[in-house]
Design a protein around this ligand. Sequence first.
Ligand SMILES: [Zn+2]
Length: 264
Amino acid sequence: MLIDSHCHLNSDELRADADALVRRAAESGVGRMLVVGCNLENSREAVAMAHRFQENGVFAAVGVHPHEAARFSGGLPDPMLELVSDERVVAIGETGLDYYYDHSPRGVQRDVFAMHLDWAVRSKKPLVLHVRDAMDDVLSMLNGLEAERRSGLKLLFHCYSGGLEYLDAVLELGAWCALGGAVTWDRNDRLREVAARIPEDRLLFETDCPWMAPKPFRGRPNEPSYVRLVYETVAAVRGVEPAALAARIERNADAFFGWGASCV
Ligand SMILES: [Zn+2]
């Protein structure tokens, strides 16, 4: 079974085609997909899709993307916090810091990220992190948590882009790293080097569709079925059998999201 640990079937680009995309994913062997929320409405839609496509192994994450942090500077609204108790919600996110686009002021991004850290500690749900050009601040906020709170947090660096420079610090936190279509792109040897070095029990794969399409589809809308190309690329880079890698990733996803037994 293949896993797409991060997709946006709830995006404007994909929503209308969700039925076809889920069907194509199933035909390609994708047995679990995590639909990720970026704001309140979008998180609600992620939850609704997780119910609608329950038989296809679709689950949801709920949270506020750093791009949208400015809309939530006053706090996470109760309807958002309540979503986490839904049985199909297995994670909080995506949250984090994005200093590349700076769509929200950095101080506000840090405030809203801190709210998600509190929320994850309280709800005991794993956290899906979006980090772009902000590794130093994310690591210092995570390392600044009291040891007791931090030790209870499961962390996934979605679309990991910290290179080898930050990998040791991320692994020391006990975090997982997810790789997507960028690992297939020409001239991305840097990320393939990272793909070879992530310990096999901390590795996950994703599409981040509709964005980040893998090599033959680059520049076109991405979709969950394309996660297969990420698996194939990383299996070749690591010199392992694709089937063995897929089995390992399935166990990793079970360990991270805790969705193994609850599926379908
Ligand atoms: Zn995303």
